[in-house]
Design a protein around this ligand. Structure first.
Ligand SMILES: Cc1cn([C@H]2C[C@H](O)[C@@H](COP(=O)(O)OP(=O)(O)O[C@H]3O[C@@H](C)C(=O)[C@@H](O)[C@H]3O)O2)c(=O)[nH]c1=O
Length: 182
């Protein structure tokens, strides 16, 4: 695995290193030792998969409040997505900055999202499957979101949003929060 730093503190774009032969390829997608060497959380408690039928579907931006913050390791198994993450850690020098990454079933990239980040993705084609590991169990009481239309975030979604859950269209704007986000 190759670890590429991003513009955001502690978030990493991880490039798989496939070993090819006449059958196809083999690649590691997570390695406790290599993750530890790079200072990444290397213990995951849940693996999730989601399928989105329609191009333009948006999920997010989601996070869990402390002490239930999660690291996520995200990979697109079918189709393509743009994955957008936002640093919501108040003391961080990249606070409220976001970055967008294209993850596809071909490009061998996966994204490591540290705790204290809001996470989202938009699908770039129909029938998209995304799989991700998380380091903390799902806790509905700690579940929060940023609004994908929040102008303060200024996210330039690459294509029109076609499908979004009611929950995700109703997250408050950052300016409406009276407490720190994270
Ligand atoms: C996340 C999650 C949801 N659920 C349930 C709640 C609900 O009934 C159904 C669908 O949940 P959601 O609408 O939150 O699914 P979704 O919008 O796909 O949520 C996911 O979005 C991406 C962007 C992330 O970063 C993930 O961590 C997760 O929050 O599944 C679980 O049972 N366990 C879980 O771990």
């Amino acid at each position: 695995m190759k670890f590429h730093s991003t513009t955001l503190n502690d978030a990493w774009l991880i490039e798989l290193e496939p070993r090819g032969d006449q059958r196809g390829y083999f690649a590691r997608t997570m390695c406790q030792e290599e993750f530890e060497k790079h200072g990444l959380i290397n213990r995951f408690v849940q693996q999730n998969t989601s399928f989105s039928a329609q191009r333009g579907t948006l999920r997010g931006l989601h996070y869990q409040t402390p002490p239930y913050g999660e690291a996520k390791l995200v990979r697109c198994l079918r189709g393509a997505i743009v994955d957008v993450i936002v640093d919501i850690r108040k003391g961080s020098s990249t606070y409220l900055q976001h970055q967008m990454f294209e993850l596809t079933d071909r490009n061998m990239y996966q994204l490591y999202v540290p705790p204290g980040f809001a996470h989202s993705f938009q699908t770039l084609n129909d029938n998209v499957e995304v799989s991700y590991l998380v380091s903390t169990a799902y806790n509905p009481e700690a579940e929060r979101g940023l609004n994908y239309r929040d102008e303060q975030l200024g996210i330039d979604w690459p294509i029109p949003v076609t499908v979004v859950s009611e929950k995700d269209s109703s997250w408050p704007l950052i300016s409406e929060h009276t407490q720190p986000l994270y």
